[in-house]
Write a protein that binds this ligand. Structure first.
Ligand code: ATP
Ligand code: LTN
Length: 336
C-alpha cells in the first residue's frame, strides 16, 4: 500500500560568499545529498544570498558566486528536479518572516552569538544591523518550511538552538504554529580545521590560501596544499596532545574514505608523514575530480540552471507563503 504520510522536511542553506571549501562539503553539502537520497525527506536547499550581504559583496562577484554555487550544489549530487533548490532572495517570505522573528528575538540572545562576535572582529568597519540579526533571518528560513531536520556543520549549532528557542517562544505566545527543528551534525567532518592553523576552522575567508582546499582548486594545488599542511615533529600518525594538525588530516582522510580513526592509525603505523599526506591527498582528489567535471559541464548550461532555480523558487514560495499567512493571522494582522 502506498504511504500517504507526508514526508518529513529538511531545509538548509549555504551563503554564496565565495568559493566552497572541503569543510563546507564534508560538514554540510555532502550530507544534503545523502539525506536527499534516503528519500524520506522533502528537501529545500537554499542559496542564502540575503545572508551573504551582511558582509560587503561586490555585485558582479556575488552574481558569479551565486550561479557557481547552484552549479556546485548539482555537481555535488543534489537533485534539483526532485526537490526545490532556490535563491533566498527569490522567495520574499524569508524577509517577511525574518522581520516578525526579529521582533521575537532578544538583544541579549543575539549578543551571545559567536558567529556575530567573530564576524564583527573580522569586519570591524561594517558591523551592520543585518549582521547582528542574521540568526533570526536564519530561524525564518528554517521555520517557514516547518522543517524537521537541518543539516549543518558544527559552527551553526548555536544558531539552531536559538531557532528552537524562537519557535517555542512564538508557539507559547500565539499557539502552536512552528515545528521545532532538530540539527543534523555529522559525526566526522563537522569541523574541518585550517591546514595552516588547526586551532581555527577551515574557512574560505581566511587570507592564507594554503589554509583551505577549495572544491574547485586545480588538482596539483590540492596536493601541494596538503603536502604543506602543518603537522608536528613526532612523525607518527596518531591522535594526541600537540597533534591537532595530524588529527585534522586524519579527520579529512576519514571523511573521504569512511575509515575510522583507529583504522587509520593502524594503516599508517611505522610510516612517516610523507606517505600519509600522499594518501590523504589522493583520497581528497578522488572526491573532487568528479565534482569538478560535473561543475564544468553544468556552469556552461545557463538555461538548465535557470530552469532549476525558477521552479525551485515557485515550489518553495508555495510552502513558505502558507506559513507567513498563518503567522500574520495569529499575530493579529488584518487579512488582506
Ligand atoms: P566563512 O568561512 O566565510 O565564514 P562559512 O563557510 O562558514 O563562511 P557558509 O558557507 O554559510 O559559511 O557555511 C555553509 C555550511 O558549511 C554550514 O553548514 C557550515 O556549518 C559548514 N561549514 C563551514 N565551514 C566548515 C568547516 N570548516 N568544517 C565543517 N563544516 C563547515
Ligand atoms: N548561517 C549559515 C547559512 C544559512 C543556513 C540557513 C543554514 C543561512 N540560512 C538555514 C541552515 C539553515 C552559515 O553561515 N553557514
Amino acid at each position: 500500500m502506498e504511504n500517504t504520510q507526508p514526508k518529513k522536511r529538511i531545509l538548509s542553506g549555504i551563503q554564496p560568499s565565495g568559493a566552497l571549501t572541503l569543510g563546507n562539503y564534508v560538514g554540510a553539502l555532502r550530507n544534503f545529498a545523502e539525506l536527499q537520497k534516503e528519500n524520506e525527506y522533502e528537501c529545500f536547499y537554499m542559496i542564502a544570498d540575503l545572508h551573504s550581504i551582511t558582509v560587503k559583496q561586490v555585485p558582479k562577484e556575488l552574481r558569479k558566486n551565486s550561479l557557481d554555487l547552484l552549479a556546485l550544489f548539482l555537481a555535488c549530487g543534489l537533485d534539483g528536479e526532485k526537490d526545490p533548490i532556490f535563491y533566498q532572495s527569490h522567495v520574499p517570505a524569508h524577509a517577511q518572516l525574518g522581520w516578525v522573528l526579529d521582533c521575537c528575538t532578544y538583544f541579549g540572545e543575539l549578543s551571545r552569538m559567536t558567529q556575530f562576535k567573530d564576524k564583527s572582529r573580522k569586519h570591524a568597519d561594517n558591523i551592520n544591523a543585518g549582521l547582528f540579526t542574521y540568526p533570526s533571518l536564519m530561524a525564518a528560513d528554517i521555520l517557514l518550511y516547518q522543517s524537521d531536520l537541518v543539516p549543518v556543520g558544527h559552527d551553526q549549532k548555536q544558531h539552531l538552538e536559538l531557532t528552537r528557542d524562537i519557535a517555542n517562544r512564538f508557539n507559547n505566545t500565539y499557539s502552536d504554529t512552528f515545528k521545532v527543528p532538530e540539527p543534523y551534525i555529522p559525526k566526522i567532518g563537522a569541523k574541518i580545521m585550517s591546514l595552516q592553523n588547526p586551532a581555527q576552522k577551515m574557512s574560505k575567508s581566511d587570507p592564507n590560501e594554503n589554509s583551505y582546499i577549495l572544491l574547485l582548486d586545480p588538482i596539483d594545488r590540492v596536493v601541494s596544499k596538503i603536502k604543506k599542511a602543518v603537522t608536528d615533529s613526532e612523525a607518527c600518525v596518531r591522535r594526541g596532545e600537540g597533534k591537532e594538525g595530524v588529527e585534522n588530516l586524519m579527520s579529512i582522510y576519514s571523511a573521504a574514505t569512511g575509515k575510522t580513526m583507529d583504522e587509520i592509525e593502524n594503516e599508517f603505523a611505522g610510516r612517516g608523514y610523507g606517505d600519509f599526506k600522499a594518501a590523504v591527498a589522493e583520497s581528497v582528489v578522488e572526491i573532487l575530480k568528479p565534482i569538478q567535471a560535473k561543475y564544468n559541464d553544468l556552469i556552461k548550461n545557463k538555461d538548465y540552471l535557470e530552469k532549476i532555480y525558477r521552479s525551485g523558487a515557485e515550489r518553495a514560495a508555495y510552502v513558505a507563503n502558507k506559513t507567513v499567512s498563518k503567522v500574520y493571522r495569529k499575530i493579529g494582522f488584518i487579512q488582506p
